[in-house]
Design a protein around this ligand. Structure first.
Ligand SMILES: [Zn+2]
Length: 64
């Protein structure tokens, strides 16, 4: 999966906050995917806010 914007990972608790941050920082609304659907061995699957196990991946793919 190629993302032209950064990929963020969030637990269920922080997903709305991450969505808001994403829009603020990158001026783009990301799509959200269940973390189990994202097969990227390089991805750190911990919430970037609290470090808990991530449940949602936020990313935006250009042209979609
Ligand atoms: Zn969290």
């Amino acid at each position: 999966m190629d993302a032209d914007f950064p990929v963020r990972v969030s637990c269920a608790e922080h997903v709305e906050r991450e969505l808001d941050d994403y829009v603020d920082q990158y001026e783009a609304a990301p799509d959200t995917y269940p973390i189990k659907d994202v097969e990227d061995p390089e991805l750190n699957k911990s919430c970037m806010v609290c470090g808990a196990e991530g449940s949602v991946v936020l990313l935006r793919v250009k042209g979609m």
